[in-house]
Design a binder for this molecule. Structure first.
Ligand code: TYD
Ligand code: MG
Length: 460
């Protein structure tokens, strides 16, 4: 005996409640609760804690880890080096990857370009629910996609899409976007959690059954979460975020989940007239646009996975008349900024409390590890004192609460990149200098023990 019970699901965070609320009690978003299809619940009379006995099934046997084998040749190179890097070395056969990002960031462009460059002999299928086939053709002409193996389908009914995937049997199927797809067995509108979940389930099943790799496109809402289907993130094998400022031309592809690789890697692209171009040396690009001889700028080397990228930390400090000054951080942790300001104020007696402070990492990068502390502090002091940081100087180190500068991981990789790009002075925590001296020609290592030494770097 079962009785039906309705439940409400938040399209923003995936929280399930038994009552409807105007505002989700979990994430605080308004008007996001939707009634779900009714789930059968056991009636009150049935004992819920009764143990049922199950017969062993042949298909659900546990294996010894030593006996499990796998084939090595599982990855397909996408032909786009930056995308392969983020995927962990290529697209895994039978995997489901979700690429999400704001509308207009370049998801469709990237995937269309993938259809041209991918290293697969089988056919490819591009399913679009957003654009007509002629719109796709127009874009394909623009970015130079003319593959004989590429099929394009304009359809939103998931049943028909699955049938076509079976008929075409491609190596890779792209579904753009999952929010436009619907399963006709469910009455709700496309884009709702139920529809997104059902459509994704069908696609995941076919990927696992047939070994076809499937790439899903998902839109994000204003907060940067994959709109509605937060639920999708744990169903798929990898989740990639495509981000960047639409006004700027750089785009950064990040893995936030990857069952087949690291989530530390990033891919850097530039949007141009003929689609996306890979940027193999992002540091060079970031440094091209550095302002010269201006206070408040300091070069910093950020490690993204195994890849060092040099960018600029920019600080701006301006006097304020208000009792609570403004602090704004973009690409830098807000709390870390407050901590650094407190250390500099206490140890060096600098009066940041009467200043509005803005800090920004150029190029839309995120300097979220502590190795950027010393560089951020130097940029802050430089802006306050209006004394420019020498152009060819780089500082690496973490700032402690006593004002000491501590060593960080990956120092050698950072120095290699800095030396390659022509930095001739590198300020390092005292202990690290001993290890690096003499290894690099043309680079002067300056030991810094505490934030006092940062003042010396500026000649104050
Ligand atoms: P698109 O790939 O459709 O973004 P998404 O699928 O993520 O919504 O479009 C990206 C934007 O880039 C679009 O506004 C137009 C622009 N664009 C270029 O600047 N150059 C190009 O070659 C292409 C194809 C698009
Ligand atoms: Mg698109």
């Amino acid at each position: 005996m079962f009785k039906m019970k309705s439940s409400f699901l938040c399209t923003n965070c995936g929280n399930i409640t038994s009552k409807w609320f105007g505002r989700c009690p979990e994430c605080g978003e308004w008007n996001t609760l939707e009634e779900q299809e009714q789930i059968p619940q056991p009636a009150k009379g049935i004992k819920q804690n009764k143990v049922k006995s199950f017969a062993p099934a042949e298909s659900s046997k546990a294996f010894k880890i030593r006996d499990i084998t796998y084939s090595n040749n599982l990855r397909i190179s996408t032909g786009i080096g930056e995308l392969d890097r983020v995927l962990g070395g290529g697209l895994v056969e039978g995997s489901v990857v979700l690429i999400s990002g704001e509308p207009g960031i370049g998801k469709s462009t990237l995937l269309l370009q993938l259809c041209q460059s991918i290293d697969a002999s089988a056919t490819l299928l591009y399913v679009t629910g957003e654009e007509s086939v002629s719109q796709i053709k127009l874009r394909a002409d623009r970015v130079g996609v003319d593959s004989e193996r590429l099929f394009v389908l304009n359809e939103t009914n998931i049943g028909r899409i699955i049938a076509e995937i079976k008929a075409v049997n491609p190596a890779v199927a792209i579904v753009d976007s999952i929010q436009t797809m619907f399963d006709e067995d469910y009455p709700s509108a496309p884009g709702t959690v139920t529809q997104v979940k059902q459509s994704a389930l069908h696609l995941i099943n076919i990927a696992k059954e047939s070994g076809i790799s499937i790439i899903l496109v998902g839109h994000v809402n204003k907060d940067g979460a994959v709109a509605g289907p937060k639920v999708l993130e744990h169903m798929v094998d990898a989740v990639l975020y495509f981000e960047g400022d639409k006004q700027q031309t750089y785009r950064i592809l990040r893995a936030v989940k990857n069952r087949y690789g690291s989530t530390n890697e990033i891919g850097v692209f530039e949007m141009g007239d003929a689609g996306l171009r890979e940027i193999e040396n992002p540091s060079e690009l970031m440094l091209e646009q550095r302002p010269k001889g201006v206070s408040g700028n300091c070069a910093v080397c950020i490690l993204e996975g195994t890849r060092p990228i040099i960018s600029d930390i920019q600080a701006l400090s301006t006097p304020t008349v208000f009792p609570s000054p403004r602090r704004m951080a973009s690409g830098f942790d807000y709390n870390r900024l407050s901590l650094l300001l407190a250390v500099l104020e206490k140890r060096l007696g600098l009066r940041f409390s009467t200043q509005d402070i803005y800090i920004n990492v150029a190029g839309g990068l995120k300097a979220d590890d502590t190795s950027c502390d010393a560089a951020a502090s130097l940029a802050l002091i430089s802006s306050l004192k209006d004394a420019p940081v020498p152009e060819n100087l780089m500082v690496i180190g973490e700032v402690g609460l006593s004002g000491e500068i501590r060593s960080v991981f990956g120092i050698e990789q950072r120095i290699n990149e800095a030396a390659r790009l022509g930095f001739t002075q590198i300020a390092l925590p005292f202990k690290a200098v001993g290890k690096c001296k003499g290894k690099y020609s043309g680079v002067e290592f300056i030991p810094v023990r505490s934030v006092f030494d940062l003042l010396k770097l500026l000649g104050i």
